[in-house]
Design a protein around this ligand. Structure first.
Ligand code: TXA
Ligand code: MG
Length: 328
């Protein structure tokens, strides 16, 4: 299969190509503000099934459903939109479109394969013009996990998506570099919807959510390395190695006491200070490192490095989470 990277502003035939891909039930790649996603119509089980095959994704890992307008939410969730409590509507108003995924009790329209048999469905409204244009064109919500082969860093540009999915899809919509660079924050609401639990940290932080809830908690798996026996027992989804480059990722607590003995072919990612070393890649802040982490991992893999030393972040919980999961 030929894989084509297209820009909707330069390709007059994009609608036709999209229609062809959908009619063949072939998932396609769309950009979002976080990372690129491998998309399928949420209610087309055959198309959704191919996502799992293409990504080599474990069947027990649920998919996020993407919408482009609030009226698409009603079909997906069991509660009536106008019965959602005010604080939840305020969260939606404040952060959508944007990098926040909210779990709701699902309606019967959502196939079990989408939620991996969970009664909850994760929904988000992405903030990327190209992603939104494609969503509007299709007119049906799209499931879209990150457009990588499972276990690899998520792609944050069309070329990185192509690297993993060449010959596995027909269409990659090019929307440039993703602004956020790490996947969306995933939250679960308590039964009364007054509290929330952060299952996956992202650009929308605990502090951002605090004004809307009586309590915001962080799931304990967030700062656990993936392979502890306890986490495997409690939540099968966290047992998989995530976000990893081929190079060994080594976290450095104190960049002034860097110990690289035993490695010859490595890079050092730092943000608190620029090192006087050729193999140092310096970022101007933790957030800057966060936005470039995955594309940097991929670039270093292309160079065939054996290890990458990364300065441990102090503030950015999403970055810390991705690094801890990568460093095993
Ligand atoms: O930023 C993002 O969220 C990107 C872009 C493409 O939108 N998507 C993404 O999807 O990161 P994925 O499939 O790579 O990660 C989805 C995460 C997984 O950790 C999954 O376990 C969790 O969200 N998730 C989704 N639905 C869930 C559910 N019903 N219950 C619990 N966790 C869920
Ligand atoms: Mg992913």
């Amino acid at each position: 299969m030929q894989t084509e990277i297209i820009r909707i502003h330069e390709d007059g035939d994009w609608r036709l190509k999209l229609k062809n891909s959908v009619s063949k039930k072939l998932p396609f790649v769309i950009p979002t503000e976080t990372v690129y996603g491998l998309a399928a119509l949420y209610n087309d089980t055959q198309m959704v099934e191919s996502i799992f095959q293409i990504k080599n994704r474990p069947q027990d890992n649920p998919l996020i459903v993407h919408i482009v307008a609030l009226d698409q939410l009603q079909d997906l969730i069991s509660v009536k939109l106008n019965e959602l409590p005010e604080n939840v509507m305020e969260v939606i108003d404040s952060f959508w479109p944007g990098p926040l995924t909210i779990l709701f009790e699902k309606s019967s329209n959502v196939p079990d394969i989408v939620t991996a048999n969970s009664p909850y469905v994760g929904v988000r409204m992405p903030k990327h013009e190209v992603g939104q244009t494609v969503l509007r064109e299709i007119g049906i919500p799209l499931v879209a996990p990150s457009a990588n082969i499972s276990g690899r860093p998520s792609p944050t540009n069309a070329k990185d998506a192509f690297e993993d999915l060449n010959s596995k899809v027909e269409l990659i919509f090019d929307g440039g570099e993703c602004e956020v660079g790490l996947e969306s924050t995933v939250i679960k609401l308590s039964d009364n919807m007054e509290e929330c639990l952060v299952l996956r940290p992202g650009k929308i932080t605990e502090e951002d959510l605090m004004p809307f809830f009586s309590n915001v908690m962080i799931d304990k798996s967030v700062l656990e390395s993936s392979l502890t026996e306890e986490s495997i027992a409690e939540s099968p989804g966290v047992k998989y190695k995530h976000y990893s480059p081929k190079a060994k990722v080594i976290l450095v607590d104190n960049i002034n006491e860097l110990e690289t003995a035993g490695f010859s072919n490595f890079a050092i990612l730092s943000y608190s200070k620029k090192l006087n070393l050729d193999n140092n890649i310096y970022f101007k802040s933790e957030d800057h490192l966060a936005s470039k982490l995955f594309s940097t991992f991929r670039e270093l893999d292309r160079q065939g490095l054996e290890a990458v030393f990364v300065e441990m972040p102090r503030l950015n919980l999403a970055l810390k989470n991705r690094l801890i999961k990568a460093a095993i």
